[in-house]
Each structure stands twice: as structure tokens, then as C-alpha cells.
Design a binder for this molecule. Structure first.
Ligand SMILES: O=C([O-])C(=O)C[C@H](O)[C@@H](O)C(=O)[O-]
Ligand SMILES: [Mg+2]
Length: 421
């Protein structure tokens, strides 16, 4: 198979609305890293991952070591990722609290694995889904991802208010849901919680149920609740939820809630690496895994995770962070090749203004994205937009996502406290 001839890592920034969560509020810019792996014959495969400085420096350190590897040599890619992460010092305050060394390697390797798989699939003139075991569906259902939000980034007057407006009340959340459903036809609704008093958030959930009687609903407080709070709120939430996502921090507290809860608990927080699976399954802590190829180690690792979920009778869906179309295309091909995808996937994509792929944003209609037709991931970089988003990265001044510091601009004594309630 062709060898890798060149690897480029380009940091980019794009506008992000002031979305609230348990960690604070989104900054005006979101950072991502764009990966290009060019193989003999001139074909280039694409990947996209986190853009914080720590991971970016690991990606840049690994890139030259990939040159000369056969594009199918995933073991070689992984060794290069391991060596680069070991050689790169990431100051503690720059690394995410949930990013141990193995997880950092999985993130770095995963980004290259997607780009190498895209290159190989293009070389073979096949869609990426074909290399992941074959396509079992050609349309991927997504959920509307609803956020409490401020009207605008108040501390950056150069940024105009976005079209979504403020959402800090049940009425505001319902209005946001109506707009998102009108734009994209979503069937399922997810409310990002952990922002207001839990009772107020459950009120918003009930308002969503009243406005959307048939929509599968989820709420995700990102571990902001104590076990006793989650248990107290269960009777109100149970009749309306399809699953409850990460109400409390840690496997053992999640198990305590799950034991009292007839509906599944879902997580993208307490099971985020292979080592977490055995204790979580042993304790019956969660019944749905929200997988994410960006941190599980790429597309093939995510297929392996899906198999484990099927074996153990766990539900499976997909987590998302703010992202661009390369990640969305990768999620779509992975979802297309995953038979046991049991819930509509998450995506932040509707919050994105503009994409850096040719043709602009991928269309989500009737609550679903058609898998971009191959070869490869089926998306191509728009070079002018890549250059513009790189220039935005150069000037935006943000080098690590920090929702807490952004939140303290609005509320100086605000602290990230989990559980808070
Ligand atoms: O499901 C989740 O936990 C997420 O999507 C995490 C994200 O960081 C979300 O809270 C956000 O974008 O604010
Ligand atoms: Mg979550």
C-alpha cells in the first residue's frame, strides 16, 4: 500500500456562541486541529480533532515520524503518537483533568487514524464506512443539542449577537428547540444542564415535553448534581426521559443512581477509556455509552467499543464537542458502519456558522445526515476557508478551551464545582 509522504497539522479557530454548561460558558472562538495525510500518488486524507495547545504540540511532534510509514500501518502510527506524547511536556494547567497519558495518546493517534483511513479509502476508491466493516445505514439520525445561552459574547463588542438569542428560561429553551427542529427536523432533543438550579432545569425539560409530546428527551448536567439531588428529581424526570446523561460524577455514584432508576444512565464522562469499562459494567453504573472517536482512539477503536457494547447489552450513541464538517463526516461514516447504534447521535454542528469544506456546511435535514458519498470521508478542504480559519486562530488569542475563565467575566466569583447541587 502507498506510503505516507507528508503530514500537515493546521490549527484553526471558528466562532462559537456563548453556550452555557457546568464548566462555564463557551468562549468566542473554538479551536480545532486539521490533519492532512498525503500518500504516494498525491492523495490526501483528512482528520479533525481538538485544538488545545497541548494536543496540538503532540500532533505536530508526531507528524514527521509518520512520513515513510505504509498508510495501513496503524501500529506504526500508534507508536509515533506514543513517542510524541512522551516527548512533549504539557503543563498541568494545559492538560484536561480527564486526559491521562493513555487518553492523550488515543486522542493523537485517533486524529491520524481518521486521516490515514480517509487517504486509504480514497486510494481504494471506497467510502470510509467500507473499511470499517461495511455500511449498514446511509442516513445518520442526530438529536437537537439544546443549550442555555447568553444572547451574545458581552465582553467582545466586535462580535454581534447570534441568531439564536438568549435562552435562560423554559420558554427560551422551548423556543430554541422549535427553531432547531424547524431548521433541521430533529426527532430527539437533548438539554445541556448543570447550569441553573436543578429544579429549574427539570422545569425546562417538562416544558420541552409539553411542546414536543413525542420527542425522545435527554438531559445532561455533566456531573453537576449530587446523588441525593438526582434521586430526588427522578420521579419528575422519569416519565419524560429516554435516558439520563452523567447526572453525578464517577462510576460508583452513577451506579447508585442507576440502581434506583428504571431508565438507562448514559455517559461520556465516567467511561471514556478502556480501563473504565470493566468497573462500570461490574457495578452496572451505565447502560448507554456515548462513544467519541476523537478520544477512544479513532474509527476502528470505536467499532471495537461498539462490539463490546453489543456483547454486554449496553446501548450506544455518540458524544460531540464543537466541531467542523470533517469530524461530522467521520462520525457519519462510523455511525454508518455501526449496526448497534441504538440512539440518535449528539452533534454541535447546528451551532456552527460556516465550514471549511467545499460546498459549505453538510445538510442535516429530517433530523439526519446522509453519509457523504465516498471515496473516503466524502469531504474536501476548501483551502481559502482553511487559510481564513488559520488566520483566525493566529489572531484570536485563545490557546486552550477555558469555559470557567470566560464565565468569570460575567460572574467574578464563579467556580467550577462538581457536584454543585
Ligand atoms: O455531552 C457532553 O458532555 C458534551 O457535549 C460536552 C461539551 O463540552 C458540552 O458540554 C459543551 O459543548 O459545552
Ligand atoms: Mg454528556
Amino acid at each position: 500500500m502507498p506510503r505516507i509522504e507528508h503530514v500537515a497539522v493546521t490549527p484553526v479557530a471558528f466562532r462559537d456562541p456563548p453556550l452555557l454548561n457546568a464548566a462555564g460558558v463557551h468562549e468566542p472562538w473554538c479551536l480545532r486541529s486539521i490533519i492532512e495525510v498525503t500518500i504516494e500518488g498525491g492523495i490526501t486524507g483528512l482528520g479533525e480533532t481538538y485544538g488545545d495547545d497541548g494536543i496540538r504540540r503532540c500532533l505536530e511532534a508526531a507528524a514527521p515520524a509518520l512520513v515513510g510509514l505504509d498508510v495501513t500501518d496503524l501500529a506504526g502510527l500508534e507508536r509515533a503518537a506514543q513517542a510524541a506524547c512522551a516527548a512533549t511536556t504539557i503543563p498541568a494547567k494545559e492538560s484536561s483533568s480527564r486526559t491521562g497519558q493513555d487518553m492523550l495518546v488515543a486522542r493523537v493517534f485517533g486524529a491520524f487514524e481518521v486521516a490515514a483511513t480517509d487517504a486509504l479509502a480514497r486510494h481504494l476508491n471506497l467510502p470510509v464506512a467500507s473499511l470499517l466493516g461495511g455500511q449498514v445505514r446511509d442516513s445518520i439520525p442526530f438529536a437537537a443539542y439544546l443549550f442555555y445561552k447568553f444572547e451574545r459574547h458581552r465582553f467582545d463588542p466586535s462580535i454581534p449577537a447570534d441568531p439564536w438569542g438568549e435562552a435562560l428560561t423554559p420558554e427560551g429553551v422551548v423556543e430554541q428547540a422549535r427553531r432547531m427542529v424547524a431548521l433541521h427536523g430533529f426527532r430527539s432533543l437533548k438539554l445541556k444542564a448543570g447550569v441553573l438550579e436543578p429544579e429549574a432545569e427539570v422545569e425546562a425539560l417538562l416544558a420541552l415535553r409539553a411542546a414536543f409530546p413525542d420527542a425522545p428527551l435527554r438531559i445532561d448536567p455533566n456531573c453537576a448534581w449530587h446523588v441525593h439531588t438526582a434521586l430526588k428529581l427522578l420521579p419528575k424526570m422519569l416519565p419524560v426521559l429516554e435516558y439520563l446523561e452523567d447526572p453525578v460524577p464517577g462510576i460508583t455514584p452513577m451506579a447508585a443512581v442507576q440502581a434506583a432508576c428504571p431508565i438507562p444512565l448514559a455517559t461520556n464522562m465516567c467511561v471514556v477509556a478502556w480501563a473504565h469499562l470493566a468497573p462500570a459494567i461490574r457495578q452496572d453504573a451505565v447502560r448507554v455509552i456515548l462513544s467519541d472517536h476523537h478520544y477512544w482512539g479513532g474509527l476502528r477503536a470505536s467499532r471495537e467499543l461498539a462490539r463490546i457494547c453489543a456483547v454486554w447489552g449496553l446501548g450506544l450513541s455518540m458524544h460531540s464537542n464543537s466541531h467542523l464538517g470533517i469530524s461530522l463526516a467521520a462520525m457519519a461514516h462510523l455511525a454508518a458502519a455501526t449496526p448497534n447504534l441504538t440512539y440518535d447521535c449528539d452533534t454541535h454542528y447546528p451551532w456552527l456558522d460556516d465550514d471549511l469544506i467545499e460546498g459549505g456546511k453538510l445538510p442535516i435535514t429530517d433530523g439526519a445526515l446522509r453519509v457523504p458519498p465516498g471515496p473516503g470521508l466524502g469531504v474536501t478542504l476548501d483551502r481559502a476557508k482553511l487559510a481564513a480559519m488559520h488566520a483566525d486562530w493566529q489572531r484570536c488569542g485563545i490557546r486552550k478551551r477555558d469555559d470557567g475563565t470566560e464565565m468569570r467575566k460575567y460572574q467574578p466569583d464563579w467556580q467550577d464545582k462538581r457536584p454543585r447541587w
